[in-house]
Design a protein around this ligand. Structure first.
Ligand code: FAD
Length: 389
């Protein structure tokens, strides 16, 4: 193999070129990215950048050592024939291809004047709107909604959050967790179970007829994999539009692999296809992609992890909890708490609030699949690792 193209110059794309060179690939390497900027980190966009603590989140890369042809502002448009990638300015030939085109925010029909937050440019533009007394309506009380609301409240913005579901973070966490988080939202006008009917340049209309005036409307109702450009290419997609890959991150086309937010892999650990749209996955999965593109046979089957910083708290989650698992709560007197999900006597997921050590130890327990003791898990003074039987 001597011509590899990586499509998508985000964290997963950058990590893939780094891993390919690190694993000894010496052929031609091209990184194609639609964004005008070199790869940058997204988590700070809704945190430190919005709060004015950083401007630049560019990821470190030694481009000279990597010897990568960088084609930024260049959008992949399809796979035209075996071994040819179509882009908005011509075709590129490859023997190995990695799809790392990430995800894009879901937009609401008729809400063209509203903003979304995915890119560095989005974040700078949103920050400029976070002025004292400005009125911000956020549609969606998910991870991004919570983090933007945190930064906006700190900037003195008057924030309304409209969420169709009955609790914050309800598409990711059970209602029992969201209920516990409700007091965190006390500085915003939080409308739960309320659906948006229409978005105008200066207001949001709710289904019940109420009009909420707004200087800015942010739509934060989730993301969708950036894969429409693969239509007709022969690359299989899931129902949600992610690239369907096997346990080695290979797509249905030989020589084409996929990684990061755009890909959903077959997990033996969870006996299901996993689609994880979080930073840790984009950071680590490229090692497997590079190895398998170069002829290896590695399996990618991690215990997934993500974090969110909101309302002055560090919220972390590891694992995977299908509905119906048993929950054990751990409550510290200091307001720091954790939830552990168990399948039988095995820990399958953990959510921690300002308890990072618990999270690290829980993640190890999940990876080891050792049985755990409920009573010890519930005890805030006991190290989580000591709950292993
Ligand atoms: P992306 O970062 O989306 O990169 C994909 C790249 O592909 C983009 O640069 C895009 O321009 C490019 N591209 C798309 N289509 C094409 C095309 N056709 N041709 C060429 N290039 C294309 N995760 C956490 O775990 N914790 C957090 O706290 C957290 N905070 C976040 C905050 C924000 C504001 C955002 C947006 C995300 C956050 N995430 C967080 C998620 C995390 O950043 C993503 O999981 C990670 O960026 C995924 O990396 P990726 O490289 O797969 O995709």
């Amino acid at each position: 193999m001597d011509r590899v193209i990586v499509v998508g110059a985000g964290l997963a794309g950058l990590q893939t070129v780094v891993a390919l060179r690190g694993q000894g690939y010496t052929g031609a390497l091209t990184l194609v990215g639609a964004d005008p900027d070199p790869p940058y980190d997204r988590p700070p966009l809704s945190k430190a950048l919005l709060m004015g603590e950083v401007d630049d989140t560019t990821l470190d890369a030694d481009w000279d050592a990597l010897e990568v042809t960088r084609l930024f502002r260049r959008r992949a448009a399809g796979l035209t024939a075996e071994g040819l990638l179509a882009t908005d300015s011509g075709e590129l030939a490859y023997d190995g291809l990695v799809l790392a085109t990430g995800a894009s925010p879901v937009r609401l029909p008729g809400a063209e004047t509203a903003v979304t937050l995915r890119t560095h440019a989005d974040a700078l533009a949103l920050r400029a709107r976070l002025r004292p007394e400005a009125r911000l309506v956020i549609v969606g009380a998910g991870w991004i909604g919570a983090e933007v609301a945190t930064a906006a409240v700190r900037a003195g913005v008057r924030v309304t959050v409209v969420e169709a579901l009955p609790t914050p973070l309800a598409s990711a966490l059970p209602a029992s967790c969201g209920q516990r988080m409700l007091p965190w939202w006390s500085d915003v006008d939080l409308r739960l179970g309320d659906a948006v009917d229409a978005v105008e340049p200066d207001a949001v209309h709710l289904r019940d007829g109420e009009r909420i005036p707004a200087d800015t409307v942010l739509i934060a109702v989730g993301v969708r994999p950036e894969t429409a450009w693969l239509a007709g290419s022969g690359v299989d997609l899931t129902l949600r539009g992610a690239v369907a890959v096997d346990s080695g991150l290979r797509t249905s086309l030989p020589g084409v692999l996929a990684v990061g937010d755009c890909a959903a892999w077959e997990s033996a650990r969870y006996r299901t296809r996993m689609h994880v749209e979080h930073w840790d996955n984009a950071l680590h999965a490229p090692t497997t992609v590079a190895a398998n593109l170069l002829g290896g046979d590695q399996c990618y089957d991690p215990v997934p992890y993500f974090w969110s910083e909101q309302w002055g708290r560090m919220v972390q989650y590891a694992g995977h909890h299908p509905a119906g698992e048993r929950v054990v709560w751990r409550d510290g007197e200091d307001g720091r708490w954790a939830a552990f999900w168990l399948a039988g006597d095995r820990l399958v997921a953990a959510l921690t609030v300002d308890r990072p050590r618990d999270l690290v130890q829980a993640r190890h327990l999940m990876a080891s699949a050792r049985p755990v003791d409920d009573a010890l898990l519930a005890e805030p003074g006991v190290p989580v690792k000591s709950a292993a039987a």
